[in-house]
Design a protein around this ligand. Structure first.
Ligand code: GAR
Length: 187
């Protein structure tokens, strides 16, 4: 099985979906490490309870290069071969991306190339879009800009708020991400 590392910053529901799918028969990957830039991320405690190896390091007061070198070392020590970002709300440096070239994917809550960055659901509603969704893409130096590996759509309903739309998109994220990661790591 391929060893997957997952980076999170908070709730970690996409990480939980990936970890759940990894336990199913025939999964091409296993979760070798869950790492967080927020030592108090709820997802980290969940992963620990599941017996998954975890690593937490706050970048506060550290040079970014030093912080990332520590994350990189933790991933390598765990034997990680590929990385899934799951609500990891920190930009990776170009050096880190280059070191893991074509081996990092991210899930982003919009139908890329629309709405890169933050506040995706509010922006989709504001624009009067009929659909929103989520995308799994390869991570490159360009924010939310790498090759899209898969997407899922939901209709934007009358009366939707950013929160209600986010809830429905999240349900799709939890199905899309494990499926695309399994396909990606089966190649
Ligand atoms: C998810 O909706 C994910 O798509 C989004 O943050 C949420 C994390 O939830 N990611 C981004 O906005 C990346 N820029 P989770 O921690 O429960 O997986």
């Amino acid at each position: 099985k391929r060893k997957l590392g997952i980076l999170i910053s908070g709730r970690g529901s996409n990480m939980m979906a990936l970890a759940g799918a990894a336990r199913a028969d025939g999964s091409p990957y296993e979760v070798a490490l869950v790492a967080s830039d927020k030592p108090d991320a709820p997802g980290l405690a969940w992963a620990q309870d599941q017996g998954i190896a975890t690593f937490a390091l706050s970048p506060k007061g550290m040079a970014k290069a030093d912080y990332e070198a520590r994350i990189d070392a933790a991933l390598r020590d765990a034997g990680v071969e590929a990385i899934a970002l799951a609500g990891y709300m920190r930009l990776l440096t170009n050096a880190f991306v280059a070191r893991w070239r074509s081996r990092i994917v991210n899930i982003h809550p919009s139908l890329l190339p629309k709405y890169k960055g933050l506040d995706t659901h509010a922006r989709a509603i504001e624009a009067g879009d009929t659909h929103a969704g989520c995308s799994v893409h390869v991570v490159t130096e360009e924010l939310d800009g790498g090759e899209v590996l898969g997407q899922a759509q939901v209709a934007i309903l009358p009366g939707d708020t950013a929160d209600s739309l986010a809830d429905r998109v999240l349900t799709e994220e939890h199905k899309l991400y494990p499926r695309i990661v399994a396909e990606w790591l089966s190649k």
